[in-house]
Design a protein around this ligand. Structure first.
Ligand SMILES: Nc1nc2c(c(=O)[nH]1)N[C@@H](CN(C=O)c1ccc(C(=O)N[C@@H](CCC(=O)O)C(=O)O)cc1)CN2
Length: 303
């Protein structure tokens, strides 16, 4: 093996520690609300970890567990209630949802300034236009991992494999915002290896176990694995780690790579949303007029 392993657990811990320090300095504790529908075991673990780490960072934890048979209208009511709750700065609707629910319209119902997943059309549009806004957690975490390993992004050829709303599309936008040259590959791409072999950075987010092998990677390239699959042999990603680690320059493991960054970034987004709400509140008190809510105060292009 020759690749340097990017330790997502360590980078995430540092970020969570920084968030906790900033939270401790605030007058008002930020609040994160999680909504879990049904009993998917993996989703239940992810939400339970989010809640645990939210409390560990000094934030207020709100949780709604809804039955797998809940109606669209009932979930809408919960979102409406959390949108209005002044103690809630961030709302996270855990995905995937049961099939009878219309996930895009529920996501769209979340107040964009509480959308700590960065998935509403408003925040996706802000990202596409390079405007400040809340960014999706996993792709934003990937950029932070690349920065932690000092991987040069400007002018680099980055290939994103996958085009989901949660990862692939926003990942491409975030890399573009950092001046990478971005190719997006997907299930209809012909000759995937011909694209990935040309890449300085490969982000694998296709949802196919061990899709990316040694034959897909240029020697010295950086390989980021977003996939998580439970197989009989244990957890694996979209990258065949053992094969690719002998060729890549940097690589993220599964577990311990991108996953922990997803949750740490969620906490950071919740803090960002709380800072926005606190400053809006201050403005309302001092001006007597409504706050100028033109998006959250993070730098355009930042993860
Ligand atoms: N509303 C959202 N739903 C989902 C998101 C999301 O960002 N927002 N992402 C994924 C799941 N996810 C967070 O929700 C998530 C996945 C994995 C991990 C993680 O830390 N994984 C560990 C392994 C843990 C294990 O499964 O044993 C690792 O990779 O080291 C955190 C969060 C889908 N849904």
């Amino acid at each position: 093996m020759s690749a340097t392993i990017i330790d997502g657990k360590a980078v995430a811990q540092t970020l969570r520690h920084r968030v906790a320090q900033e939270v401790a300095a605030l007058d008002r504790r930020p609040g994160l609300a999680t909504i879990l529908v049904g009993e998917d075991p993996a989703s239940a673990i992810y939400v339970s970890n989010k809640r645990k780490l939210c409390v560990e960072a000094g934030m207020r934890d709100r949780h709604r567990l809804l039955s797998a048979q809940v109606s669209q209208a009932e979930v809408e009511d919960v979102i409406d209630e959390l949108n209005l709750d002044p103690e809630v700065d961030g709302i996270l609707l855990q995905l995937p949802l049961p099939k009878h629910l219309d996930a895009p319209s529920l996501i769209e119902r979340i107040d964009p300034d509480k959308d700590v997943d960065g998935l509403t059309e408003t925040n996706a549009g802000r990202l596409a236009l390079g405007r400040p806004g809340l960014r999706p957690c996993t792709p934003s975490g990937v950029i932070q991992l690349l920065d932690s390993a000092a991987v040069h992004l400007e002018g680099a050829h980055a290939v994103v494999v996958g085009r989901s709303d949660l990862v692939g599309r926003p990942q491409a936008q975030l890399l573009l915002a950092r001046d990478a040259t971005v190719t997006v590959c997907h299930r209809h791409t012909r000759d995937l290896a011909s694209h990935t072999r040309d890449a300085d950075i490969v982000v694998a987010a296709a949802g196919v176990p061990k899709l990316i092998g040694a034959e897909h990677i240029k020697p010295g390239a950086t390989v980021i694995d977003v996939g998580i699959h439970r197989t009989e042999g244990g957890l694996c990603g979209d990258v065949d780690f053992d094969a690719v680690a002998g060729i890549a320059g940097h690589i993220t493991p599964v577990p311990g790579g991108v996953g922990p960054m997803t949750i740490a970034t969620l906490l950071r987004n919740t803090l960002t949303a709380a800072n926005l709400h606190n400053s809006s509140h201050r403005e309302t008190r001092t001006n007597g007029s409504g706050p100028a809510r033109d998006g959250v105060a993070v730098t355009a292009g930042q993860p």
